[in-house]
Write a protein that binds this ligand. Structure first.
Ligand SMILES: *Cc1c(COP(=O)(O)O)cnc(C)c1O
Length: 380
């Protein structure tokens, strides 16, 4: 099945009871048993819920995995992956990680005995330097936020040939399964914040982990049930509905993003435009190899590199709403230095190009002429 068919059909069946074409919302916490232990495969809704199962089956197909396990948020999906490790184990992760992911590792798991190294994963030799017998997990984010660097997933998977017990996990939130399928490139686990492109309408918070290996899936189902950070059936329904148009939304958003990146690169007020689709982007070749398109995120900074200059742009767009998050049908604009990356010391963020005036766009699916006019007005 091709991707555009999978989003609508994979793992989904009309309701056996009624023939309902769309997956019903099973709003129940428990299920009646005929006699003790004799039931229809559902006992209690933390453990199983049919709406959630439908979503998990669909997500597994989208990432070419065997199983998907859904969680109440992207962060709780990551939490489940980190719970696969033991005290004393080490993680190597990208140094420009999503802020919440950095916080989860350093403030929740390091106190329990995990140790993490944050390196520039666009240079695989920096991973090699930190690799030891204790390393159990490589945590990759690509494209990265907000600098839109691209990490070579196959180069990361190559570290597994000498170390078969090493797990490679890719946070695929920024790309979405339409653009990139890390399991096909050698990853063991894929994590999504379904809040973003999968949901696609900025109306739900959810996360998912997708794997190929059945043993890993069993362990993650155990964690899902034991910890209990499960999504409710309404939210599962919303993500299932969002996924049906994932390919259409992402296609249009990517097309819009390319036009906007081109517009920005010619604008006299704009200094740098960060967009992996540009031939002179330092990781363009890898993006071309491992992604279907270059994504719908674009970052740029201003000739006059001051927060006040950025503030003018951020406050003067009308269609681009000033908000955190990404991946919805509507376009959003954000200021990493004061919003998502405010906790990073200035000198440190300047070193990776995250300047005071850096602006991040999550390009939506509106008419691109209106979006460009909006930016033109705000930059004037
Ligand atoms: C939003 C996001 C997360 C966290 O997901 P939540 O659903 O907000 O918990 C993790 N990784 C990336 C790359 C994100 O953008």
């Amino acid at each position: 099945m091709k991707f555009g068919t999978k989003v609508i059909h994979a793992g989904l069946h009309p309701d056996p009871e009624t023939g309902a074409v769309m997956t019903p919302i099973y709003q129940t916490s428990t299920y009646a048993q005929e006699e003790p232990g004799k039931h229809k495969g559902y006992e209690y809704a933390r453990t199983q819920n049919p709406t959630r199962t439908a979503l998990e089956n669909n997500l597994a197909a989208l990432e070419n995995g065997s199983k998907a396990i859904c969680f109440a948020s992207g962060m709780s999906a990551m939490d489940a992956v980190l719970r696969l490790l033991q005290p004393g184990d080490e993680i190597i992760a990208s140094n420009d990680l999503y802020g919440g992911s950095y916080r989860l590792i350093t403030q929740m798991f390091e106190p329990f005995g995990l140790k993490a190294h944050f390196v520039d994963m666009t240079r695989p030799e920096t991973v090699k330097e930190k690799l030891s017998k204790k390393t159990r997990l490589l945590w990759v984010e690509t494209p990265t936020n907000p600098m839109l660097n691209i990490v070579d997933i196959q180069a990361m998977a190559a570290f597994k040939t000498e170390r078969p017990d090493l797990l490679l996990c890719v946070d695929n939130t920024f790309a979405s399964p339409y653009l990139q399928n890390p399991l096909d490139l050698g990853a063991d686990l894929v994590v999504h914040s379904a809040t973003k492109y999968l949901g696609g309408h900025s109306d739900v918070v959810m996360g998912a982990v997708i794997v190929k290996d059945e043993k890993l899936a069993e362990r993650l189902y155990f964690i899902q049930n034991a910890v209990g950070a499960v999504p409710g059936p309404n939210d599962c329904f919303l993500v299932l509905r969002g996924i049906k148009t994932l390919h259409l939304r992402v296609q249009r958003a990517c097309k819009n993003a390319r036009k906007i990146a081109n517009f920005l690169s010619k604008h006299p007020q704009v200094k740098n435009v960060y967009y992996p689709g540009f031939k002179d982007h330092p990781n363009h070749r890898i993006a071309k190899k491992q992604m279907r398109h270059y994504g719908a995120m674009v970052s740029f900074d201003l000739m006059e590199d001051h927060f006040d200059q950025a503030r003018k742009v951020l406050s003067n767009t009308r269609l681009f709403l000033l908000a955190e998050s990404l991946g919805g049908v509507e376009s959003l604009i954000g200021h990493p230095a004061s919003m998502t990356h405010a906790s990073i010391p200035r000198q440190e963020r300047l070193r990776v190009g995250l300047t005071d005036s850096l602006i991040r766009l999550s390009v939506g699916v509106e008419d691109v002429k209106d979006l460009i006019a909006d930016l033109e007005r705000a930059l004037a």
